[in-house]
Design a protein. Structure first.
Lengths: 496, 491
């Protein structure tokens, strides 16, 4: 029999309903794996007691025939989602001991559907990063390694690096992520799993520690397109507590995925083949992806998204600007870290608390954002970036209006890099997001599906981008790609 | 304002005459059950930090959701200020750090406020009117309160007020004297209270004013540098602050100096203004549209629905009082300041002589209420009874003099005037026989004076009237007494 930790969510659901195993057994198997691979540092706060308790409750509901869509499924919760009574750190010292007295809407939806929380997954501090190197709780280790340097530890990507590593290393059947500029898709690609950033407004942001409000979106990370569809169905829905949550119905995403791609038009944006940066290897994988979709009956057309080259610059204005304001609440006054000495005034407390509480990348982005919003610079930076953002959204709209159903691109310009690879300047790090950021700025759904291994034996994903609130077509195309790619490789960590 | 009107408030300096230019930014707390972006209660005076939602405390991941009732109140106020209503407006974040500002920003409106230009008509004491332009009205969150007097070294924070809806009402720099600024504040407060959108209590801080003051030589049309006096909390203080600040400016300009743009505090105890922060120290609020909120949009039907529920406002009421009750503009403006007082007056005046009713209400009743320190709702004399009292005078049941007596008894007992008159036998004597008898008696007792009158000393007639009134304990109809006296003296 397949190991319990190797099951997909869909398989596990069937097994639970058939009584092949219990939710408690399923949770225990994952808790054991978490202990065995604690060195990956995928979890900041494991919650084994809570997991067993919830799993037992799931078993009771399954016995009564009241199983929800995620009943008994053990998952990792990115530590950006506030969880009632369970420490929520956002990967930051400033919230190092913060225990929320409330539950985020998305996590609440998952618990209502029967999901079982294994623990809070590691992440880049305040979701700012593409490597998980910025977490105050230590880096996450990618379970994958290069064939030419198997000892060298690799990053899992970020910011949802703990979530991606946990799913790839079989420390959870699925995980929640959040994506602001690529934080679900890039680590999914680095770790060889499937991750979806839904349309902005599809999932409620209520109770998710905010990074950049106009971009943040929660989404599922799992080991198959079907699993992602199941999870998304449980997570999504209009929430009156989030004014930006869209009042649209949640379709049955799983019903759409097997419909195939026959007759679909797949757009191939020429601007994603940069003269320099995109390696021939990644380009080859991209081409293979096109062939796979064509073989499955889709038509590919070259399209132009002319403002793509401005996306990264615009993103690194808009996101830090919003972050500089969103993170002002961490001031040591009401909750979280407070650093103050006798005789200190209010400003001393602010400075000491925030100096000690925030890491370098967070401080950098607060400074960039504050600068971009300052009097005299607002028009040149923030306003201009917003104009670029509109143009980028229009690029996509034009493509879809011209008959394109879904767009195929690489997820990342390269596969996972090493933990100890010196990142000389932050801009190089920001380039990781070059293919994911335009989708984020346009608020569109983007799915990363693992398609192949690179020459160094590392997974590489391709990204599918769809119309607003048309996750169904994205998942359909993703399923076709998944079938054709038949990506079954596992991290060497799990071999033997 | 009309530039051709000569300034009425002129400050004489050493180099010449100056006029003051004043604009006001009024923060009016919106009357609503819940806060602007959260469901927490807004009741004043609750125990500290007992009315704080997760949103008000800016817990991680919390999001604002606009309270429709507050938007309705803002639109209602805009309509009351005859202002342009913007069907699309945008909430923006005003970023600054302070201990009682949990989010580290205030959600406000910046480039696109919910209400645009409007006007307020001032009723000046001489009965004339002035118009002050409204620049805009926008919705924003109030901050919490810092309490610095609870502990020797620490400050305490009360977040009950955090997130309560405020309307910031910005006037144009149209006022030219402390009196006009006072009249503007009183009129604005009156309109807000009529509309039921703000209780206007400056003492409780539910209405606060920032005062922008500059001066210029009489005849100049350009504006000179202004200073902003923050959070002045009474009409009287606003008027004092303008006077003092204007004087300070004139002294600086006349001594060859330059007024610096800055934010200042008015200290009523010392009678001075003090610098809070200058231009260099001014905050850079880094305004940007709040990404947690969609633009605020509504249609014309929403506005019309609110317009239909508007009460008659002070200006319309004043015009109607002048035409329906033949009141002077001044009396009408006094009566309409408070809606309940206006209603009281109307109840008294209905079907009676308006001027008489206005005299009784303004000169007599308001005096009584002032002395007692109560509002018209707690008046010991009801409108119905005051009306009856006026009727008793009109139909000659009692004289005006007796009416004053009856009124005092009404104040003391709350009883109806007809019952008092009946019970105390104060009915005016209109029986000719009884009056004649009294006259005969007085004439018989004073034959020498009768001779003097008959000899041409007509002035003495008044003395006789008084004696007759005295003999009838004031109940005789004075008109009849006069008439009969003349007849008898002549006969």
């Amino acid at each position: 029999m397949t190991k319990l930790t190797d099951l997909t969510i869909a398989e596990a659901r069937k097994g639970l309903d058939r009584g092949d195993f219990t939710a408690v057994e399923l949770a225990d198997a994952h808790l054991a794996a978490m202990e065995a691979h604690a060195g990956l540092n995928a979890y900041i706060t494991p919650t084994p007691e809570r997991a067993r308790e919830r799993a037992a409750a799931s078993d009771a509901r399954i016995a009564k025939g009241e199983a929800g869509a995620m009943e008994g499924i053990p998952i990792a919760m990115k530590d950006l989602f506030c969880t009632d009574g369970t420490r929520t750190t956002a990967g930051s010292n400033i919230l190092g001991n913060f225990v929320p007295p409330y539950e985020s809407t998305v996590s609440e939806n998952l618990w209502k559907a029967g999901a079982v929380m294994l623990g809070k997954a590691n992440l880049d501090e305040f979701a700012m990063g593409s490597s998980n190197l910025t977490s105050a709780f230590g880096s996450v280790v990618n379970p994958w390694t290069r064939t030419d340097a198997p000892e060298r530890k690799l990053v899992p990507g970020g910011s949802s690096g703990g979530s991606a590593a946990a799913v790839a290393a079989r420390l959870a059947l699925g995980a929640t992520g959040t994506d602001t500029g690529g934080s679900i898709r890039q680590p999914a690609s680095f770790c060889g799993i499937t991750g979806l950033k839904p349309t902005y407004g599809r999932c409620s942001r209520w109770g998710i520690v905010a990074f950049a409000s106009s971009l943040d979106q929660a989404g599922p990370m799992a080991r198959s397109v079907e699993d992602v569809a199941i999870m998304l169905g449980a997570m999504a829905g209009h929430d009156p507590k989030d004014s930006t949550s869209a009042p649209v119905a949640v379709p049955d995403f799983t019903a759409a995925i097997e419909q195939g791609v026959k007759g679909l038009t797949v757009g191939i944006p020429k601007e994603y083949k940069p003269e320099e940066g995109l390696s021939p290897e990644i380009e080859a994988i991209w081409t293979r992806g096109m062939e796979m979709l064509k073989d499955a009956g889709a038509k590919t057309v070259e399209i132009s998204l002319p403002h793509t080259k401005y996306a990264l610059a615009a993103y690194y204005i808009v996101a830090p600007a919003e972050a500089s304001s969103n993170l002002a609440r961490y001031d040591g006054v009401r909750y979280g870290l407070r650093v103050v000495e006798d005789g200190d005034g209010l400003n001393d407390m602010y400075c000491k608390t925030r100096a000690a509480g925030f890491g370098a990348e967070v401080k950098r982005r607060i400074l960039i954002g504050t600068y971009a919003l300052s009097a005299g610079y607002y028009d040149a930076y923030y306003l201009k970036a917003q104009k670029v953002r509109s143009l980028i959204a229009k690029d996509f709209k034009d493509a879809f209006d011209n008959g394109v159903d879904v767009i195929l691109t690489p997820t990342t310009p390269s596969a996972a890099f090493a933990l100890d690879e010196e990142v000389t300047d932050p801009v190089t790090m920001y380039l990781n997001d070059v293919f994911t950021v335009p989708t984020s700025l346009a608020g569109l759904p983007g799915l990363s599906v693992p398609v192949a291994l690179t020459e160094q034996g590392l997974p590489q994903g391709l990204q599918l981008i769809g119309r607003p609130f048309d996750e169904e077509t994205v998942l359909r195309a993703g399923r076709a790609l998944e079938k054709a790619a038949a990506f079954t490789a596992k991290p060497r960590l799990l071999e033997g | 304002m009309d530039a051709t009107v000569a300034p009425t408030y002129v400050l004489t300096g050493e180099t010449g005459d100056w006029e003051v230019v004043v604009g006001l930014e009024v923060h009016a707390q919106v009357i609503s059950a819940a806060k602007l972006f959260s469901g927490a209660s807004t009741t004043f005076g609750a125990a500290p930090n007992s009315q704080v939602s997760l949103v008000d405390a800016a817990m991680p991941g919390m999001l604002p959701v606009i309270n429709r009732a507050c938007v309705e109140q803002a639109v209602r106020t805009g309509l009351g200020l005859r202002a342009h209503i913007n069907h699309r407006s945008v909430f923006a974040r005003k970023n600054y750090f302070y201990a009682d500002l949990p989010q580290g920003y205030q959600i406000s409106q910046y480039e696109l406020p919910v209400v645009g230009e409007g006007k307020v008509i001032l009723d000046m004491p001489d009965g004339s009117s002035r118009t002050v332009g409204i620049e805009r009205l926008h919705l924003e969150q109030d901050a919490g309160k810092s309490l610095h007097d609870q502990h020797p070294t620490k400050s305490f924070i009360d977040l009950n007020r955090s997130g309560v809806a405020l309307m910031e009402i910005v006037s144009k720099p149209d006022m030219r004297s402390p009196e006009e600024a006072g009249a503007y504040l009183r009129k604005l407060r009156s309109i807000l209270r009529y509309l039921g959108t703000c209780d206007g209590n400056m003492e409780e801080g539910s209405m606060r004013a920032d005062v922008n003051v500059s001066v210029r030589p009489v005849g100049d049309t350009g504006l000179r540098t202004r200073c902003e006096l923050k959070n002045v909390n009474s009409v009287r203080f606003v008027m004092q602050a303008i006077e003092i600040e204007a004087q300070r400016h004139i002294e600086i300009w006349e001594s060859g100096g330059e007024v610096e743009q800055e934010t200042r505090l008015f200290d009523p105890a010392k009678g001075e203004t003090r610098s809070m922060r200058n231009k260099e120290e001014a905050h850079d609020y880094r305004y940007f549209p709040d990404p947690d909120l969609l633009p605020l949009e509504f249609d014309a039907a929403f506005v019309e629905g609110i317009r239909e529920t508007l009460p008659e406002l002070p200006d319309e009421k004043k015009a109607r009082f002048i035409s329906d009750y033949a009141l002077t503009p001044y009396d009408a403006s006094v009566l309409v300041v408070d809606r309940r007082e206006a209603d009281f007056f109307e109840a008294v005046a209905k079907g009676r002589d308006g001027k008489t009713a206005a005299n009784w209400v303004i000169s007599t009743l308001f005096g009584t209420l002032n002395k007692m320190g109560v509002g018209v709702d707690d008046s010991p004399v009801s409108a119905e009874n005051l009306g009856k009292l006026i009727d008793l005078i009109a139909d000659d049941t009692i004289s005006g003099r007796i009416a004053k007596e009856v009124y005092e008894i009404m104040v003391d007992t709350g009883a109806a005037p007809d019952a008092i008159v009946e019970e105390r036998g104060l009915k005016q004597v209109t029986d000719t026989g009884a009056i004649e008898a009294a006259i005969d008696q007085v004439m018989a007792a004073n034959p020498d004076k009768v001779e003097e009158v008959r000899g041409g000393k007509e002035k003495l007639l008044g003395w006789f009237t008084g004696q007759v009134m005295k003999a009838t304990q004031g109940k005789a109809n004075p008109g009849m007494v006069n008439e009969l006296l003349k007849k008898k003296m002549g006969g």
